[in-house]
Design a protein around this ligand. Structure first.
Ligand code: GLN
Length: 533
C-alpha cells in the first residue's frame, strides 16, 4: 500500500520500560478499529539474530513460522495481535551490516566509499519500508531497541529522522520514558523525561507523543508541564501506569486515547471506539479466577523468568480459559535430585519440563520426569523436555543402561535421541537448526488428537536432535507411543504414555503460538488434566 503509515517507538531514561508492550497495545487498538497493523523490532546488537544468545542475556529466543530466531518481543506481538510475524519483523544491527557488506563484496557500491550514512541508514530504512511495501500493512509500528543516547542506536534514530522528513505526517514518533516517584519527598519527577526528549532532539527527532511510565497517577499539572517542556500538545502526553497484568495495557491505552491521538497525527480516520469485547472477556476471567492450578516449570534458566516467557504466557492463557489462576513455580533443574523431588513437586497439579541445550541441568529434568510418570501427575515435556521423557523411559522402563541423547553423551550405548540426518554435516551455529513450522499428523484417540480435535497440525521447531526411530518398536511395546509424526520425514513429533493420566512430550514448541484469543490446545489439555480429579 503506497500510503502505509510508520510509527516509531523509542525509549528513554531506562531500559525495560515496556516498549514492546506499548507497541503491541497500540497495534491491538488499531487492529480493533479495522487497520492491518504489524510490529517490527530493530535490535541494536551485532549478533545476526538472537539464536546464538544465551537466554540469560536476552531471555527467550522466539521462533516465527518461517523459522526466524527472533527477539522475545515478537512473542508479545503475536500474543496480542493473533497474527503471525516473520523474519522481516526482527532486524538486528548484525543483519544490517551483513547485508551491506555482502552488497559491497558483490560490487553493488562499486567506486563508492561505503559509510554508516547513507549506506547503513538506507539499509535500515529498506528493512522498515519492506513491511509496508511488500506486506502491504496500513500501519507499521517499529520499535527501536535500546535507549536514546546509546551509541548503538544512533544509526536507527538517524534513519527515523530521515523517514520523518521524507514521509511528513505519514510517520510519527512515540517516545516512552519513566517518571520516577521519589518516596522521600513524595514527588513525581519529570526532569529525566525532559532530558531524554532533549537527547532525542539533539539527533534531530521531535517526538510526537510521549508515553510516561509511572507508578502513581500523573496530575494534569504534571502532564501540562511535560507537554510544555517537550513541545507536544497536552493530549499527546499519555500516562502508562503500572498494572497487574500486561494484558490490561491496551485497555489503559484506550482510556488514555493513545490510539485516537496516533490516528489523528497520521491523518487516518478514527472511527467509533472499538469494544475489545473478547479481550476484555479474557481480562475478566483472568482477574476473577479464584481457584489455582499449580504448575512446576522445571528448567535451568529459572533465575530469569524471561527465558521461559512464551511458556509462562501460554500457561496463563490456558489456565484463564479453564477459570484458574496459574500459579507457576519455577524449579531449578540443577537443584532437583531423587532425595528432594517429592518435597519440591508434591504440591504440583502438573509438571512441565522445559526446552534447553547442553548437559547442564539434565539430571534434575530426568528426576522430574520420573516423578511425574510414576506418580501419575499430568506432564508436558517441550523439546528437550520431550527428549528427557524419552531418555528417562529408556533407562527406567526399558532398562537401557546409560541411554541418552547424543547431545549429552556422544558414545552412549543407546542413543534414543540422536542427531537429525541433515544436521550431521552442519558446522555453523547460527540459524542452522530445524527451525519454523512443520506438519504433524496426529494419531487417532491419543491425548494430542483429542486436544487438537483434528488429525493434522503445524507447529514450530527449534532443535537439532530427534527421537531415534530405531527404538520405536521397543518403546511402543513398553507403553510409550508416538502420537504425532511428520509424514514426509518420519520424524516423531509427539510421544505419549497412554496408561498415564496425561503424559505428553512434544518435540516442537506449542508455546510460541498460544495467543490471548487463541490459547494453545496442548496447553489447554494439559491444564484440564491438571485440574481434573
Ligand atoms: N537441545 C535439544 C536439541 O537441539 C533440544 C532443543 C530445545 O529444547 N529447543 O535437539
Amino acid at each position: 500500500m503506497p500510503d502505509t503509515r510508520y510509527v516509531f517507538v523509542t525509549g528513554g531514561v531506562a531500559s525495560s520500560l515496556g516498549k514492546g508492550i506499548i507497541s503491541a497495545s497500540l497495534a491491538k487498538l488499531l487492529q480493533a478499529r479495522g487497520y492491518s497493523v504489524t510490529i517490527q523490532k530493530l535490535d541494536p546488537y551485532l549478533n545476526v539474530d538472537p539464536g546464538t544468545l544465551n537466554p540469560y542475556e536476552h531471555g527467550e529466543c522466539y521462533v516465527t513460522e518461517d523459522g526466524a530466531e527472533t527477539d522475545l518481543d515478537l512473542g508479545h506481538y503475536e500474543r496480542f495481535l493473533n497474527v503471525p510475524t516473520s523474519q522481516a519483523n526482527n532486524v538486528t544491527t548484525g543483519r544490517i551490516y551483513q547485508n551491506v557488506i555482502n552488497k559491497e563484496r558483490k560490487g553493488d557500491y562499486l567506486g563508492k566509499t561505503v559509510q554508516i550514512i547513507p549506506h547503513i541508514t538506507d539499509e535500515i530504512k529498506r528493512n522498515i519500508k519492506l513491511l509496508g511495501t511488500k506486506h502491504k500493512f496500513d500501519v507499521v509500528i517499529t520499535e527501536i531497541g535500546g535507549t536514546v543516547g546509546d551509541i548503538e542506536s544512533l544509526p536507527y534514530v538517524e534513519a527515523v529522522r530521515q523517514m520523518k522528513w521524507e514521509l511528513g505526517n505519514r510517520a510519527m514518533v512515540i517516545h516512552l520514558t519513566l517518571v520516577p516517584y521519589l518516596k522521600a519527598s513524595g514527588e513525581l519527577k519529570t526532569k529525566p523525561t525532559q532530558h531524554s526528549v532533549k537527547a532525542l532532539l539533539e539527533t534531530g527527532v521531535q517526538p510526537d507523543v510521549l508515553v510516561l511510565r509511572t507508578e502513581q497517577e500523573l496530575s494534569p499539572d504534571i502532564r501540562k508541564k511535560v507537554a510544555l517542556f517537550c513541545n507536544v500538545d497536552n493530549k499527546s502526553v499519555i500516562q502508562s501506569i503500572d498494572v497487574p497484568t500486561i494484558y490490561e495495557v491496551p485497555v489503559k491505552m484506550q482510556e488514555e486515547g493513545l490510539d485516537e491521538t496516533v490516528l489523528n497525527k497520521l491523518q487516518l480516520p478514527a472511527n467509533k471506539k472499538p469494544e475489545l469485547k473478547e479481550w476484555k472477556a479474557f481480562l475478566t476471567k483472568l482477574k476473577n479466577a479464584k481457584k489455582e492450578v499449580k504448575i512446576g516449570l522445571v528448567g535451568k534458566y529459572v533465575e530469569l523468568a524471561d527465558a521461559y516467557k512464551s511458556i509462562i504466557e501460554a500457561l496463563i492463557h490456558a489456565a484463564t480459559y479453564n477459570d484458574r489462576k496459574a500459579k507457576i513455580e519455577l524449579i531449578h533443574s540443577e537443584s532437583l535430585n531423587n532425595e528432594n523431588v517429592a518435597e519440591k513437586l508434591k504440591e504440583m497439579d502438573g509438571i512441565l519440563v522445559a526446552p534447553g541445550f547442553g548437559h547442564r541441568g539434565i539430571d534434575g529434568k530426568l528426576v522430574a520426569v520420573k516423578y511425574a510418570r510414576e506418580n501419575n501427575i499430568p506432564f508436558l515435556g517441550i523439546c528437550l523436555g520431550m527428549q528427557c521423557a524419552v531418555i528417562e523411559f529408556a533407562r527406567d522402563v526399558l532398562k537401557y543402561d546409560n541411554a541418552n541423547s547424543r547431545e549429552m553423551d556422544h558414545s552412549t550405548p543407546y542413543p534414543v535421541i540422536d542427531l537429525m540426518e541433515d544436521q550431521k554435516n552442519v558446522t555453523d551455529m547460527g540459524g542452522t537448526m530445524r527451525l519454523g513450522a512443520y506438519d504433524c499428523t496426529l494419531t487417532k484417540n491419543t491425548n494430542s488428537h483429542k486436544a487438537y480435535a483434528s488429525e493434522h497440525t503445524k507447529e514450530r521447531h527449534r532443535h537439532r536432535y530427534e527421537f531415534n526411530n530405531e527404538y520405536l518398536k521397543a518403546f511402543e511395546a513398553a507403553g510409550m507411543k508416538p502420537a504425532g509424526c511428520n509424514q514426509e520425514t518420519g520424524l516423531v513429533e509427539i510421544m505419549e504414555i497412554p496408561s498415564h493420566k496425561w503424559f505428553v512430550g512434544v518435540q516442537f514448541h506449542p508455546e510460541y503460538s498460544s495467543t490471548v484469543l487463541k490459547p494453545h490446545p496442548i496447553f489447554m489439555a494439559f491444564i484440564r488434566a491438571a485440574i481434573s480429579e
